[in-house]
Design a protein. Structure first.
Length: 195
């Protein structure tokens, strides 16, 4: 059975150590589990902890290269507020979708005093100006800060940002990528946030 032609370009951005690589790989494997053509590439190994990390994921028959062109992404997924604005401004098309975890880790330019701290309202205003849908998530009861990527993954599922991909596809992806207590904890959080 042939899957419908879906075209979705995602640009993922965060701070080194937040789990952008795991998030991107989860999306890649979920799309594969759903039988969709998918390509991706990330900057794994190019950014130190605390630096900006990006990944590109392209789902669909028209994805011949893994790179998402600036201003062409349908979806930007971010794990930090400053990086959400950066990714939205550099890669998200007008009318696209921004999904981000609202935390502030103060990327290097903020820590060096080259740019100021970012009020989340600025992200909202910029998105409204460009007709961008925004799904902001933040959990006060997150069991482990390293699970912010799973909270964002749950937001992608709950808001049906990626048509054709549901929780079962992401559960299969996480099962491929993890084992033991880490898998159990991440699946439990994903299920809690998507029921």
């Amino acid at each position: 059975m042939t899957q419908p032609s879906l075209c979705c370009d995602l640009y993922l951005i965060g701070v080194g150590g937040q789990g952008i690589g795991l998030l991107a790989e989860s999306i890649l494997r979920a799309a594969d589990a759903a039988g969709m053509p998918v390509r991706g590439v990330d900057t794994h190994g190019l950014a130190q902890r605390g630096g900006t990390v990006t990944s590109h994921v392209r789902i669909g028959n028209t994805a011949h290269s893994p790179l998402v062109r600036p201003g062409a992404a349908h979806v930007v997924v971010a794990l930090e507020r400053h990086e959400a604005l950066r990714g939205m401004n550099s890669h998200l098309r007008d009318g696209g979708t921004l999904v981000y975890y609202d935390c502030e880790l103060q990327p290097l330019p903020v820590r060096l005093g080259k740019t100021g701290r970012l009020d989340p309202e600025l992200v909202t205003r910029e998105a409204q100006r460009r007709g961008i849908r925004v799904f902001r998530t933040k959990l006060s009861d997150l069991p482990d800060p390293r699970m912010q990527n799973i909270a964002v993954l749950a937001a992608l599922i709950s808001h049906q940002v990626l048509p054709g991909l549901d929780r079962s596809h992401f559960e299969a992806a996480l099962t491929d990528l993890m084992q033991g207590a880490a898998l159990d904890a991440n699946l439990a959080l994903l299920r809690r946030l998507t029921t």
